[in-house]
Design a protein around this ligand. Structure first.
Ligand SMILES: *Cc1c(COP(=O)(O)O)cnc(C)c1O
Length: 297
């Protein structure tokens, strides 16, 4: 299997009057290029958890996610690389047919367990798991090691980029917290929430950042119906974005991010002279759940 290739990260200039109107420089940090399945931000969020699991000599990593979870797939691939066993606890009853994500994760050697939604939400773990040999990673990598890992994303940004604004898609907020923590003074960090009315998000992120009170901003108007929901407008936008920039996006996270960045720039959200960096956090494998032919890439 392919190794993580941090050297593959590029910063792509967005050149199109609609996506980067005159007076605004827009670039995209291509974290999606580091690996086909441990894509984007997931490796950054996992790196210190996995280092700790190895350091503590744990036998097995256990983590949690839904049937289309990029986090489960990334964990499966990363654990295979460092040769540690892993178990993915999947929300919901065991399906007759596995999602593409679960098939891939299982194919990489992840052992899958299914937990009904109520037990999953209540964190009801079978007591057999509470073994000293197991190392638990919270769903989505939410937690301080995840934040510390995400903070290292900044090391791959162009130091001469002088970005005034950094925008990223937000699920649990772990990546955003890392970006906020490592931001330069005065840099504005804006998160595009991909969930509908996830109003506890700000507190979730604040908790990760404590005791600091560095400012950040969350926008809740670009969810397109909610988590993993999309519509024709978003899909058309993603195709359009691709044909002008050559950058593929996913419909759960980065498509919504690019849509938001474009919309915001047309609403004069960015003052003239702004230098905007979008984080391409990966997630492209999720597009296989769309009907074939929906996307041109
Ligand atoms: C998981 C994921 C995110 C969200 O990251 P959080 O740290 O949970 O906010 C964003 N983009 C992609 C592509 C992801 O897979």
């Amino acid at each position: 299997m392919q190794d993580i290739d941090l050297g593959a990260i590029t910063t792509d200039r967005i050149r199109h009057p609609r996506f980067a109107p005159p007076g605004i420089e827009m670039e995209m940090l291509r974290l999606d290029k580091i690996h086909p399945s441990i894509s984007g931000n997931k490796w950054f969020k996992l790196r210190f958890y996995l280092e700790e699991a190895l350091r503590l000599g744990k036998k097995r990593v256990i983590t949690f996610g839904g049937p289309w979870s990029n986090h489960l797939l990334a964990t499966a691939a990363a654990c295979r690389q460092i040769r540690i066993e892993c178990t993915g606890v999947v929300r919901g009853e065991k399906p007759a047919v596995f999602s593409d994500t679960l098939q891939k994760a299982a194919g990489m050697g992840m052992h899958l367990e299914f937990l009904d939604r109520r037990a999953f939400r209540a964190n009801k773990h079978p007591s057999a798991w509470l073994d000293d040999e197991n190392y638990f990673i919270p769903q989505g990598g939410y937690g301080l090691p995840g934040v510390n890992g995400a903070a290292t994303i900044t090391e791959y940004m162009d130091p001469l980029g002088n970005y005034t604004h950094i925008l990223c898609a937000v699920g649990t907020g772990t990546m955003l917290a890392g970006l906020v923590r490592s931001a330069r003074p005065g840099q504005r960090i804006t998160g595009i929430s991909v969930m509908k009315n996830n109003m506890q998000l700000e507190d979730d992120i604040r908790r990760l950042l404590m005791p600091s009170d560095i400012p950040f901003q969350l926008l809740h108007d670009y969810h397109f119906g909610g988590y993993a929901k999309c519509n024709q407008e978003l899909l058309r936008f993603m195709n359009d974005w691709y044909s002008h920039t050559g950058i593929p996006t996913d419909f759960v996270y980065t498509g919504k991010l690019c849509y938001a960045a474009t919309d915001l720039s047309q609403q004069n959200f960015f003052p003239a002279g702004s230098r905007v960096l979008l984080i391409h956090s990966g997630g492209l494998t999720g597009n296989v759940s769309l009907k074939k032919g929906t996307l041109i890439f």
